[in-house]
Design a binder for this molecule. Structure first.
Ligand code: A2P
Length: 270
């Protein structure tokens, strides 16, 4: 079944409350991961780190899933990073999109992984696994992040080495970017590990925190609620286990209306 359509075909039948946008580029990383960029509606505003509902028309009905926006708030296009689930109701179709195809996007962004939900600090850790890196792809390209923190540590753990490629490209692009590179090159640290293949650094981020190896490798003191801040995005299990370690270290969970020392993605779908 081909559910893909062109924007002009969908405009007339666009579901209420949704934008119809056009895919500009698609890049496949592995058989489980790809990224795409699409047009951004002129009226669409969001804060770096937020997510939005992305969808396609399937059997005449819109089907949506939550996607973190991977591009920063100043970018004129929107970028997303997606898994491919062979029988996934949405991603089995979405993985086939090509430039020129239409994608639906609901009009209201939301989310907890925003700079506003953290109290000021010295160092921010962005803990991610798999596609959980997406909101951080937005935040590490936002000058506000570097204004707020002296050091920005992006950790990314994946099952396989090939899955790290998106993050590696992203960090290189960020450091080489004429606008954001100035801030990023002195403050951004990319810390990767792999759990199911050989790689110079192995293990889950939770184990690297517990053993103290993370801090040893980075040359920084252990987590300290006076100066360290955290943001967490990954599977439900990873969120729960990482959150417990931050709480053990004395950090409190914050929210948009009550900023504190760390925040957890509340709508991430793995
Ligand atoms: P592992 O290979 O040991 O399961 P997934 O694709 O399942 O979301 O996993 C992405 C990465 O997150 C993998 O490296 C995986 O390690 C790791 N991971 C899975 N569960 C947890 C958890 N509870 N805490 C920390 N890391 C986890």
């Amino acid at each position: 079944m081909n559910v893909l359509a062109k924007p002009a075909d969908l405009e007339a039948a666009a579901p209420a409350g949704a934008f119809v946008e056009e895919v500009k580029s698609v890049q496949h990383y592995t058989d489980r991961l790809f990224r795409f960029r699409m047009t951004r509606p002129a009226s669409f505003r969001f804060r770096s780190g937020e997510f939005v509902m992305i969808g396609l028309m399937i059997d005449g009905k819109p089907l949506y899933r939550a996607y973190s926006i991977a591009s920063p708030a100043w970018d004129e296009e929107l970028e997303f990073f997606s898994i491919k689930v062979p029988d996934g109701p949405l991603t089995s179709h979405l993985q086939k999109i090509q430039p020129g195809d239409a994608v639906l996007m609901k009009k209201k962004p939301t989310g907890t992984l925003v700079n506003d939900a953290l109290v000021p600090g010295k160092r921010v850790y962005m803990f991610s696994t798999g596609t959980g890196i997406a909101p951080f792809a937005s935040l590490i390209r936002d000058p506000d992040t570097y204004e707020k923190f002296d050091q920005v540590i992006l950790t990314h753990t994946c099952r396989e080495v090939a899955e790290l490629k998106y993050g590696e490209d992203l960090v290189q692009e960020t450091i080489n970017d004429p606008l954001i590179g100035e801030f990023a090159k002195d403050k951004l640290v990319h810390y990767t590990s792999v759990t199911r293949e050989d790689f110079p650094r192995q293990g889950r981020i939770t184990d690297l925190i517990k053993s103290g190896k993370l801090f040893e490798d980075l040359g920084v003191p252990p987590l300290n609620p006076a100066v360290d801040r955290g943001m967490i995005c990954g599977s439900m299990d990873m969120l729960r286990d990482t959150k417990a370690l931050l709480e053990e270290a004395g950090l409190n969970e914050g929210a948009n209306n009550k900023p504190a020392e760390f925040v957890v993605e509340r709508a991430f779908v793995g």
